[in-house]
Design a protein around this ligand. Structure first.
Ligand code: SF4
Ligand code: SF4
Length: 374
């Protein structure tokens, strides 16, 4: 079976051209958004870190909100707090950043709500049927509403190589505990010979897990929460991850013991599988789902950690949308790979493909799609 994926190729990188492309898409998908009068419509959207300048522009969000209001429904933008340092770590600073980045209700036409409490701790806990993660905690509203619209800026990603709709749901629609559980025991180590003791990683670590010892940085593995911030902060490639140290819940064995099982042992694949199982659970709680991917300004890192100096690693593609997040993400990745042969060689090799294969295998969506070019 194939799912429809709508695609408007980018005709220009200025905001007018992008708005025109978005309006073309919205005219086509309007009938696929079955919103009822007075229905609350949660719109998952991240504003990105305070240093990120490549997040989706506020003007691109306005027409989407206007379309929902045209149907007399009640849209609200939402996100959760993050696990690493910065202004999105608690709701007070997060909401100030929302205003500073131009996403205030007056401009956008809908309020922005942080849905997991002041410190990212509020939600309901569920046991889930998964070989890779046993419990997840999600903001309470997730079990109370019928519809969900997910807006995602497509980027690279430090662990999976590709961040899009599925990552947006898996990391952005759970509380802090489940963000940490997905990262689990993926914890970095320092290569002493490469460490210059510049101290950037110490500043970047929100839980103070890194200290200086004998003129080298040292990570306290007990304190480390596996967020990966220090890897981005180190400019000397002195921090790396023993991927094989991660634990596999399906066997209870550390991944190091399973190097003979290539299906399971492959870099960040375990992390990716956790994300897919979490996304599958979250999405199962909504009757009507729709996803829009903005595949332009594709930076090496995701909006959580990219800055204005982050390299753009792929040509702009355009805007894609579907009710099937797997088909949508696969179509997006296919188009990026087609236009940018080097993309598939960027780190981490192959993890995103395996993540999407697993998503299709677990029936979160279809691996095949009809690309409908508008
Ligand atoms: S040591 Fe690195 S991965 Fe661990 S918590 Fe600190 S910044 Fe995150
Ligand atoms: S950022 Fe890298 S080079 Fe600098 S102290 Fe940390 S590990 Fe060493």
């Amino acid at each position: 079976m194939k799912s429809d994926v709508f695609f408007v190729p980018e005709k220009g990188a200025d905001i007018r051209a992008r708005l025109s492309a978005l309006l073309t898409l919205l005219r086509r998908i309007e009938k696929d958004l079955p919103y009822a009068k007075d229905e609350f419509i949660p719109v998952k959207f991240t504003i990105g870190d305070s240093r990120c300048i490549y997040n989706i522009h506020p003007e691109m969000v306005k027409p989407i909100i206007a379309l929902i209001k045209k149907k007399k429904a009640k849209p609200f933008l939402f996100d959760t707090n993050v696990i690493y340092s910065g202004q999105r770590q608690n709701t007070v600073d997060h909401l100030n950043l929302v205003q500073n980045k131009g996403f205030g209700a007056y401009r956008i036409g809908a309020p922005y709500v942080i849905v997991d409490g002041i410190f990212g701790q509020d939600g309901k806990e569920f046991s889930i049927s998964s070989d890779y993660i046993k419990k997840i905690k999600v903001p309470s509203f997730i079990t109370m509403l019928d519809s969900l619209l997910v807006l995602s800026h497509v980027t690279g990603h430090i662990l999976t190589g590709f961040a899009s709709s599925l990552k947006n749901v898996a990391m952005g629609m759970v509380t802090r505990a489940t963000k940490l559980a997905q990262h689990s025991s993926i914890k970095p180590h320092i290569i002493k010979d490469k460490c210059t003791m510049c101290g950037y990683c110490i500043v970047a670590c929100s839980v103070r897990a890194i200290s200086a010892k004998s003129a080298k940085a040292v990570i306290n593995q007990e304190k480390c929460i596996g967020c990966g911030e220090c890897i981005c902060a180190c400019k000397f490639d002195a921090i790396f991850i023993h991927w094989e140290d991660d634990d596999d819940l399906s066997t209870g064995l550390p991944m190091r013991a399973q190097v003979d099982h290539p299906d399971t042992f492959d870099g960040g694949v375990l992390f990716a599988k956790r994300m897919i199982d979490v996304a599958g659970f979250v999405l199962s709680k909504f009757k009507h789902k729709f996803f829009i991917n903005f595949a332009f300004d594709i930076t090496k890192e995701c909006d959580c950690i990219s800055t204005k100096t982050d390299p753009i690693i792929a040509k702009n593609i355009g805007i894609l949308a579907s009710s099937d997040p797997v088909s949508l993400d696969i179509a997006t990745l296919d188009l990026i790979n087609k236009e940018n042969p080097q993309f598939r060689t960027l780190r981490p090799h192959g993890v995103c493909n395996k993540m999407l294969d697993y998503a299709a295998k677990t029936k979160l969506g279809n691996s095949k799609y009809n690309l409908i070019i508008l």
